[in-house]
Design a protein around this ligand. Sequence first.
Ligand code: AHG
Ligand code: MN
Ligand code: MN
Ligand code: MN
Length: 324
Amino acid sequence: MQLDVFLKQVSLNHALNVLIWHAAQAGIEIAALVKQGALQGTTEKTTNTNVQGETQMHLDIRSHEVVLEQLRASGVVAAVVSEEAEEHISFETVDAPFLVCVDPLDGSSNLAINGVVGSIFSILPNTGVATQGSQAFLQPGQAQRAALYVMYGPATLLVLTLGEGTHVFTLDHENDSFVLTQQTVQIPPETSEYAINASNQRYWQPAVKRYIDECLQGAEGDRGRDFNMRWCASMVMDVHRILTRGGVFLYPRDNKQPVKAGRLRLLYEANPMSLLVAQAGGESIAGLEDVLAIQPASCHQRVPVLLGSKQEIQRLREYHQQAK
Ligand code: AHG
Ligand code: MN
Ligand code: MN
Ligand code: MN
């Protein structure tokens, strides 16, 4: 079943369906750019830095432009927050029903090594950007109407939730259309695989140190079984693995970043991925609290993220409570 047919079946909200269709078109355009690699100069860095102080790749900027073009063309988006723009961008349709927060190209450092990248979208109701400005974006993740990512891997996938289940579509490159290939994904509740950038170990807090120490002890330790480890440095790819075969993904609070809140951004990384994981039967916490319950303070705010298989995240929550 094609994406547009699926949307008509599960959602009566025509404007939302139009928005998702345009996000998918952006994904198809970016997939084509990613595929061209160095032939398009897309693996090169620019001399610009974004609001997080990261050096932008050409494809970070190009993807941002593609996403803006598609979202503007949808006619149902009032304004956008993007990783690659300091201020929010308002469209002429400032009273349209939706706001979008976007990471146009996630994992972009992987471009240089021909690794997997993605695009992440969070769709919020427009509570009045015309009068409130960027304040209108500061809604907890629970308010999201939909979330999706497009993953530019060996196959291009679109993973979507409208708040009722998480579903996977695969791009048919011959017809430029996304086809439903997995409905209602379920993350196994109990698993033995974790993802964390272990080079930050000395900056972690006690609860995360304890959890990872126990995983490393394997069958000889308290957990009584061996654990496996993976880290792709591309949140889309790491989260996709968890949706596919379970496990946990941790970018915890640490003492390394100037803000000491981990690396990932609440509005366009943590919130959409947390909704997708929650709708697949997993959980997502920032430590003691649910990511989706956090009241954002600013558009580019960073937040700790611990997400994945239910039983493991519950264990991590307990460890945080005990370390209080
Ligand atoms: P982005 O490329 O959009 O800035 O995001 C990169 C993020 C995320 O994809 C990944 O999980 C994390 O950064 C990797 O961080 P480290 O380089 O610290 O491992
Ligand atoms: Mn970046
Ligand atoms: Mn990212
Ligand atoms: Mn990015």
